[in-house]
Design a protein around this ligand. Structure first.
Ligand code: NAD
Length: 388
């Protein structure tokens, strides 16, 4: 027992609270950034969160450079362009403002701005982590969705059209120095995106809890993250102005990403190709595939799922594990339906004849390697069919 050395580390400083965006100039000063490069997407540029950040920077007398060209499921070209503009403006740090897409481009920008090579050279699954020669310029992340947790994570997920898949670059050098969690910035997020991003946070918590890596600290964080999503996601979805629900969902999203430093599972392997090939939102893709993966994992994950069912019930009843675990799958399905997410990949533009090809891509994706039950490509195909 305990013969493998483990490391537990939670280094990003998180500033949380209504109006927390005001501290941005002070955060920049603390970490020594004089000329920040703000990365966001065109939708947000025109939305209230950008105005809030712009005012905070103006009030603090901070001159900044803006890049607002991030695509949803961001593409390598976003990073290349941002890095060019970053160097041209002689910036010395980034502020990623937005959902996972903008935050991930911000994180990848500091790498490509300072180091020779393409994103594929740094891809985690082909050993790219060792080629990342940080430290890079500092990163501040300001999430405006409550889902990916990229604000506290060490990865950036960027689509390569050339490789036809999402590239994950992963390194402690990519961890933001500060994450600013301001619930007000998520109020303008529409209900569908609130639900889908919230299901991303839920999937992070659940897959990290079940993945077979020793990290009791992350397990505790994942369990409380699940509890927060169960309690607050429906509220945030149905009433976007519910600041208590918005704030708790922001915290749950960061908890999900802190927890998944353990690793993830098969739902994420299934979800990644659905975004690359059919443009599905990442959280939506997770929500559509999660119940099938839970049924697949039922025996292996029974104690975890039984615990999840007890969280839904808000009780500590001692029903036999397996029955309780099976209940959890239906409870997750009921929650997804309650969020207005229509079940079935078929209802989201994914043709049945694409499932075979998708299963090859999902099998090439590394997340399923830490699924609690090992999966073959045939298993992944079956899971796609079940989710279709
Ligand atoms: P997103 O960043 O793509 O944003 C979705 C849409 O929501 C955009 O059009 C954006 O303009 C809009 N939006 C965001 N905040 C808003 C607000 N407050 N008000 C109004 N509109 C708003 O969505 P996401 O789910 O946050 O991020 C998905 C991306 O994150 C995917 O590329 C996924 O692969 C990646 N991801 C990364 C990690 C990680 O650890 N780095 C983890 C999970 C997912």
């Amino acid at each position: 027992m305990f013969d493998k050395i483990a490391t537990f580390s939670f280094p990003t400083r998180i500033v949380f609270g209504v109006g927390a965006t005001r501290v941005l100039p002070a955060c920049l000063e603390e970490i020594g950034v004089r000329r920040p490069f703000v990365v966001t997407d065109p939708g947000l540029r025109a939305a209230p969160p950008f105005k809030t950040v712009e005012s905070a920077l103006q009030d603090g007398g901070v001159r900044y450079e803006l890049f607002d060209g991030v695509h949803p499921n961001p593409i390598e070209e976003d990073v290349v362009e941002a890095a060019k503009a970053y160097r041209a403006a002689d910036c010395d740090g980034v502020v990623g403002l937005g959902g996972g897409s903008a935050m991930d481009v911000a994180k990848a920008t500091v790498v490509i701005a300072r180091q020779e090579g393409t994103l594929a050279d740094f891809e985690a699954q082909s050993g790219g982590m060792d080629r990342l020669a940080g430290p890079y310029d500092p990163i501040i992340a300001i999430p405006t969705t409550a889902g990916t947790g990229s604000e506290v994570g060490r990865s950036a997920v960027i689509t390569s059209h050339k490789l036809k898949r999402k590239i994950i670059i992963f390194s402690p050098w990519l961890m933001p120095k500060r994450a600013i969690l301001d619930p007000e910035l998520t109020v303008s997020l529409p209900p569908f995106l609130t639900a889908a991003t919230g299901m991303d946070a839920f999937t992070h918590c659940l897959e990290s809890l079940t993945c077979p890596v020793y990290h009791p600290l992350c397990d505790a964080i994942a369990i409380h993250g699940l509890e927060l999503v169960i309690r607050y996601l429906e509220r945030a979805t149905h009433d976007g102005r519910d600041i208590e629900a918005r704030g708790n969902m922001l915290v749950a999203a960061s908890m999900g990403a802190i927890a998944f430093q353990k690793d993830l599972g098969a739902t994420h392997s299934l979800a990644h190709p659905l975004s690359t090939e059919f443009g599905l939102h990442h959280g939506l893709a997770n929500a559509l595939c999660l119940p099938a993966v839970m049924r697949f994992n039922l025996d292996a994950a029974a104690p975890h799922y039984a615990r999840l069912a007890r969280l839904y019930r808000g009780s500590d009843s001692n029903e036999p594990n397996h029955r309780e675990a099976a209940n959890a799958v239906s409870m997750v399905e009921v929650m997804i339906e309650g969020l207005g997410i229509k079940r079935g990949l078929r209802n989201h533009g994914v043709p049945r004849e694409s499932l075979e090809g998708l299963s090859q891509s999902a099998f090439a994706d590394s997340c399923h390697k830490t699924n609690i039950r090992p999966c073959t490509q045939d298993d992944l195909l079956r899971l796609y069919r079940e989710s279709w």
